[in-house]
Design a protein around this ligand. Structure first.
Ligand code: TYM
Length: 334
């Protein structure tokens, strides 16, 4: 809470191309619930450098991601859309919270284990303390709610633990945040291996739908989606490929899984895959059109970057100064 306003914070990494998973699991929900909150949507570039990045590429992707937030339907006049690296409070609070987080807690993080296995040549301390930076992002703005996909729930849990630990020592400093997940789409699975989540970093481009894929590519990828030989469209764990397609279709059309099963009763997988592909094209097309317009407008994007960084800085300092005082740092003399 800030004053009497409920706060929403969320963010995405500007690494790799955004997938349908990022959209259905996060971005779409951001747009759906933003009006109810004071909102902060960050392009979390500090998080990105836990894995080696090409500097020019990172800068370019970060700008594209910021434009994409707007193209998805977030009004930058109402929602604070900004780069994490422009607000120094993230890193400052992360340091303080590092001192309130245990190695054992961080050792349990599954994302760390996955990433450490993938980047065995660069298991840096930032990769290990990544969840603390994420906690700092959220707590810096006193967020009540954090819309994320399922893969981020463990990080939300540790954020809550850190907040409660800090509050137990210093009084009610931080709002303890709740995760928010949509009814469907919280875990979109790979189209090539429905036991695995759809991921930006998947090496097989057919496994993921990228938000900028053109309609033909989207349809082609759905046609090739791995399913099963049951030849029936049912929503059940034994058919993970079909279940994933039903979830995607539900998220894109607003229909429930039951309605989808009824709609396609007795129809073939080929027909169903086409329908899913078309529902995704219908959702992505307007977003792509808006994005292509927006990204050309350099002055507009620059003005958003500048104004919103100031706004985020203003709110972040309220929390940061309070925390600095609580832990015993000397007061600033003006
Ligand atoms: P990131 O950039 O990996 O993903 C951004 C958001 O997309 C969701 N997501 C998915 N949802 C459903 N199905 C999928 N297959 C799928 N893949 C990704 C993620 O859950 C996430 O919500 N650590 C975060 C970024 C972050 C953050 C934060 C988020 C940094 N600070 C503070 C919330 C609050 C991350 O790497 O997300």
């Amino acid at each position: 809470m800030i004053g009497d306003q409920k706060v929403l914070f969320s963010g995405m990494q500007a690494t790799g191309n955004l997938t349908l998973g990022n959209y259905l699991g996060a971005l779409k929900n951001w747009v759906d619930i933003a009006d109810e909150y004071l909102t902060f949507f960050s392009v979390v570039d500090l998080h990105s450098i836990t894995v080696r990045q090409d500097p020019a590429e990172l800068r370019s992707r970060a700008r594209k991601l910021l434009a994409l937030y707007i193209a998805a339907g977030l009004d930058p006049e109402k929602n604070c859309i900004y780069y994490q690296s422009h607000v120094s409070g993230h890193a400052e609070l992360a340091w303080i919270l590092n001192c309130f987080t245990y190695m054992g807690e961080l050792n349990r993080m599954t994302q760390f284990k996955d990433k450490a296995a993938k980047h065995a040549d660069n298991i840096n301390a930032g990769l290990f303390t990544y969840p603390v930076l994420m906690a700092a992002d959220i707590l810096l703005f006193q967020a009540d709610v954090v819309p994320v996909g399922k893969d981020q729930l463990q990080h939300l849990e540790i954020t809550r633990d850190i907040a409660q630990r800090f509050n137990a020592i210093y009084g009610d400093v931080f709002t303890v945040p709740e995760p928010y997940m949509g009814k469907v789409g919280a875990k979109v699975m790979s189209l090539q291996d429905p036991e695995k989540k759809m991921s930006k970093s998947d090496e097989n481009p057919n496994a993921s739908i990228y938000l900028m894929d053109d309609p033909d590519t989207v349809i082609r990828k759905f046609k090739r989606a791995v399913t099963d030989s049951e030849a029936q469209i049912l929503y059940r764990d034994e058919q993970p490929g079909i279940k994933n397609l039903i979830d995607i279709y539900s998220a894109c059309t607003g229909k429930t899984a039951d309605e989808v099963v009824k709609e396609f009763d007795g129809r073939g997988y080929g027909e169903f895959k086409m329908a899913v592909g078309e529902s995704v094209v219908t959702v992505l097309k307007p977003l792509q059109d808006r994005y292509n317009e927006l990204i050309k407008d350099k002055a507009y994007i620059d003005s958003i970057i500048k104004n919103n960084a100031q706004k985020a800085e203003y709110y972040s300092l309220k929390t940061l100064r309070k925390v600095q005082k609580k832990v015993g740092f000397p007061e600033r003399i003006r």
